[in-house]
Design a protein around this ligand. Sequence first.
Ligand code: AHR
Length: 653
Amino acid sequence: MAVLASALFGSPTAFSQQELMVDMSKTIAPIQPTMYGIFFEDINFAADGGLYAELIKNRSFEFTIPMMGWSQPNSDRHSYNNESGFAMPVKYFEGEGNLNFIRVQVKNAGGYELHNEGFRGMGIKEGNTYRFTFDAKQMEGAISAVNAFLLDEEGNTIAEVSVPVSGSEWKNYTVEIVPNKTVMKGSLKLTFDGTGELGLDMVSLFPTDTWNGRENGLRKDLVQLLNDLDPGFLRFPGGCIVEGRTLARRYQWKKTVGPVEERPSLVNRWNTEFDHRLTPDYYQSFGLGFFEYFQLSEDMGAEPLPILSCGIACQFNTGELVPMDELEPYVQDALDLIEFANGSTDTPWGKVRADMGHPEPFNMKYIGVGNEQWGPEYIERYKVFNQAISEKYPDIIIVSGSGPFPDGDYFEYGMKELKEIGAEIIDEHYYRSPEWFKENATRYDSYDRNGPKIFAGEYAAQSVAIASPDNKNNWDTALAEAAFMTGLERNAEVVQLTSYAPLMAHAEGWQWTPDMIWFNNLESYGTPNYYVQKLYSTNKGTDLISVTQDGKNLVGQDELYASATLDSKAGEVIVKVVNTSSDAQEVSLNFKGKKLKGKGKVLVLKEENLSQENSFESQKEISPVTEEIKVKGTTAMYEASPYSLNVIRIPIK
Ligand code: AHR
């Protein structure tokens, strides 16, 4: 019962006292460990230039313009460069893999320089160790050393090392280098001792301080933010990137495993997608490939959830179709992936995994067929995958998709068809306004409990319009998502996986906004949307219970939303209350079915300015604070601040 209670707080504002009933006497459904997970896509420099810690852009000269990212400030392509020298790309291999190297011709050792600009510069930290590696062979004359300099923004040297080179065969050279200054936009300069011609390839600069200290590893601060979410799953590698603008440019997992230097590069699908955010230097090196995604999932205790091309290129682009009678290699890719992830080491793909250092299976349980496809063309192809995968691997759960929108012709069509096929889990996507999110807190209340399970695979409130460059990760969007998420949780019987999208964006290299995590070359921070996700994910509990007002779910009455779970491991009841009104609201929580201890805690995210964002300067402007809550008998009183998400945890006696 809502009672006017302005007098109670001595304020002229009328606000309500809300009486909520939390019924702990029976559980409704288990909360799946996969309930809150991560959607990863290489968009916004999320992989190369982001999570993947390599600092050299175009390290093996494989971009369409092979010298992109490199410059030769003292050279002129229209002259003999007798006072310096000149490097030219050499294509030495037809087919796929490492196609190019450069031939560095040095005519005057004192004059020639080769620079790499990094990904909008290189983030370099004072006192940290960096591994500088390259492949080289002497081709002519006597170039006897490669000298590497790390430079600050003004071009001053902050670290240097000289590496002697010899021999006409390709050799790998590795040295460590420690800079004496921290810079956000550093760069690499190479000079050479002697004159002649040197072949150079796979020029790499990696911090040794990566996540778990791995070579070819991941940026530690970014993985830390992901790991702190305690994600139930990691979906990879996207997104539209799975599909490609054309079929030829789809994501092919087999090309992303094995020795890093042999993985062929590919232009990133987001390279020229948006005219307002052209990023022509955005490529995929696949240094972060499928093995590394599985490893990351394992590190975080998250279920790996790979999504594969179903034989349709992105329908927002070309929508190219593989003819049905040529679909077999695509299906085989899916079957082989299951073998790569789970097969014994005496299977061909299990052996590839073992050779990469992981003989134990990754225990993959899910596989996604197609990202965001729609129409009969998708259903037709999905059926072929469905049959082949379930025949060979009946225990693998296949994730299908309902297209890019949460409603409309193609959504209805896809859902109907997939239900008829008996699809296990359907991926829904929604990029909508904050209002839509609040209004749709009841979206899943009417979903068939015996139908397919739902993966809310991509969602984010858009403050302006879908993918508008003006969208903000502000509190308005995050609060609307928090309200909506009570509806995801309340329907845990049906909704079993959920993830915000996109995940990450480089402050200068982004294409799509909003994004959950923003980073530059040195720092990273979680947006308010990140903290909403984190509060849900780290307080999901184990079993759904009901929280009602006058026997009804709380889905926006007086701008309040709520969901509740039990955490049988921690022995606590968890109630999430979202107040989207500008008024504080007095909430009386009445508990039924179990006895509670006298006090608990409330994790609160609140902000009175809905436009407020987090930033590099104020990274935790909006972040959770912990308050105390007292329980008297079966009742706990709590004041939900204006515009707040409140996660109430009370120990059970
Ligand atoms: O998250 C960004 C994009 O949005 C994804 O790549 C795609 O699946 C969706 O359209």
